[in-house]
Write a protein that binds this ligand. Structure first.
Ligand SMILES: *Cc1c(COP(=O)(O)O)cnc(C)c1O
Length: 362
C-alpha cells in the first residue's frame, strides 16, 4: 500500500480528552463530568446560540469566504484594520496555515518543550524540524528560545499563556525577545486564554505589531466564548503576512454558522464576565484544596491547572474515571507525573476534589 511521506510517519497523533458518553458506555458510570479539554463549563455564549439558530435556514449557501462581517466586528472591537485579520476553522487552522505559508522541508521552528502539541504537528507536517527549548518552572524561557534561532529558523511558537502548563511570559520578556528576534522570522504568539488573564504584566502583543517584526497573534472562540464545537479562531498580523496566508487558506474554511456565532459572541459581555468570575472562584477553590492535600501545581493564568502527583498518574487517572471524573493525562508532552484539570462548575470542582481524596486514600 502507499506509504505516507516520511515526515508523517514520525508524527505523534493528537490525543483528545475522553468524551463523557464514551466513559459512561465503557465503565457503566452515570453523571460523569469532563474537565479535560479546557472547555467553558457554562456552555456557549447564549447570544451566539440564538444567532446560530437563526442562521440555520441559510446553510444551503456557501459561507462568506472572506468572513466580511466577522472581520469588521473584530477589527472594530480590537481597533485594527480588517486587512490584518485572518479567520480560521479554529485557531489550529490559523497555526497550520502559518506553518504551511512560511515553512518548508528542512526549515526549523523553535518551541517550548511543554508547548501546545499542535506546533510540532504543524511543523513536522511540512517537513520542518521542531527545535525544542527547555521550560524550567513550566514556563517558556525566551532567552533560551532566542539562543536556538539559526539560519534555518522560520517560526518561533510562544503560547501565552501556555497549554498544558497554564504559565505566562511577562511583558518585559516578550519585549526583550521581540527586540532581538530577526525581522524575517515569524513569531507566533498564541493567546487562546487571553480573555482569562488579568495579570498587569500580561503583554498586549497587538502593540508590537507596528515594530517592523513578523508577528502573528492568534486567538480563539473555543475557550471563554464556549464555542469549541463550531471551530472558530483568528490571527492578527501585518497585512502583507495575512495576504500571503490567505493564499493557503481553504476558500470556505469557516462555516456560516460559525461566523454568525462569532459576531454575536463578541457582544456577549455578560457571558464573558460570568465565565471569568466562575473561573476565578473555581481556581481559588482548587488551589486551596490541592494545597491542603499537599499536591503541587504549576502557576496558572488560564481555565485549567496542571497538577504534579509526583508518581506515574495513570492509576489515579483511571481511578478518577471510575469515579466519573475525566481529566487529562499529559505524558505526551513529557509531563510524566502530571494531570491537567480544567476548572469546572462549582459542583464539578467539588466532585473532582472528593474523587481525588477518595482515590488517594486507597
Ligand atoms: C485550546 C487551545 C487553542 C484553541 O484551538 P482551536 O483550534 O481554536 O479550538 C489554541 N492554542 C492553545 C494553546 C490552546 O490551548
Amino acid at each position: 500500500m502507499i506509504k505516507p511521506n516520511p515526515f508523517i510517519e514520525d508524527l505523534i497523533p493528537y490525543v483528545p480528552g475522553k468524551p463523557v458518553e464514551e466513559l459512561e458506555r465503557e465503565l457503566g458510570v452515570s453523571g460523569a463530568i469532563k474537565i479535560a479539554s479546557n472547555e467553558n463549563p457554562l456552555g456557549p455564549s447564549p447570544l451566539a446560540l440564538k444567532a446560530m439558530g437563526e442562521s440555520l435556514g441559510e446553510t444551503h449557501r456557501y459561507p462568506d469566504g472572506d468572513a466580511f462581517y466577522l472581520k469588521q466586528k473584530l477589527a472594530d472591537k480590537l481597533g485594527i484594520k480588517e486587512e490584518t485579520l485572518i479567520i480560521g476553522n479554529g485557531s489550529n487552522d490559523v497555526l497550520d496555515i502559518a506553518a504551511r505559508t512560511f515553512m518548508q522541508a528542512g526549515d526549523e521552528a523553535v518551541m517550548g518543550e511543554y508547548a501546545f502539541i499542535v506546533y510540532p504537528i504543524s511543523t513536522q507536517a511540512v517537513g520542518a524540524k521542531a527545535v525544542i527549548s527547555p521550560m524550567p518552572d513550566y514556563t517558556h524561557d525566551l532567552k533560551d528560545m532566542h539562543s536556538r534561532i539559526t539560519e534555518k529558523t522560520k517560526i518561533v511558537f510562544i503560547a501565552n499563556p501556555n497549554n498544558p502548563t497554564g504559565t505566562m511570559v511577562k511583558r518585559d520578556e516578550v519585549q526583550w525577545f521581540l527586540d532581538k528576534v530577526p525581522e524575517d522570522i515569524l513569531v507566533v504568539i498564541d493567546e487562546a486564554y487571553f480573555e482569562y488573564v488579568d495579570d498587569p504584566e500580561y503583554p498586549d502583543t497587538l502593540r508590537y505589531h507596528d515594530m517592523g517584526k513578523s508577528i502573528l497573534t492568534v486567538r480563539t472562540f473555543s475557550k471563554i466564548y464556549g464555542l469549541a464545537g463550531i471551530r472558530l479562531g483568528y490571527g492578527i498580523a501585518h497585512e502583507k503576512l495575512v495576504s500571503q496566508m490567505h493564499r493557503v487558506r481553504h476558500p470556505f474554511n469557516v462555516s456560516s454558522v460559525a461566523q454568525t456565532a462569532g459576531i454575536a459572541a463578541l457582544d456577549d459581555v455578560e457571558h464573558i464576565q460570568r465565565s471569568k468570575e466562575l473561573n476565578r472562584e473555581g481556581l481559588e477553590y482548587l488551589r486551596k484544596e490541592l494545597s491542603e492535600l499537599g499536591i503541587k501545581f504549576a502557576p496558572t493564568f488560564t481555565n485549567f491547572i496542571l497538577i504534579d502527583l509526583e508518581v506515574g498518574p495513570m492509576p489515579i487517572y483511571n481511578a478518577l474515571l471510575r469515579e466519573g471524573v475525566i481529566v487529562r493525562p499529559v505524558a505526551g508532552y513529557g509531563l510524566k507525573t502530571h494531570l491537567r484539570v480544567t476548572i469546572g462548575l462549582k459542583d464539578e470542582n467539588v466532585k473532582f476534589i472528593d474523587a481525588l481524596k477518595k482515590v488517594l486514600e486507597r
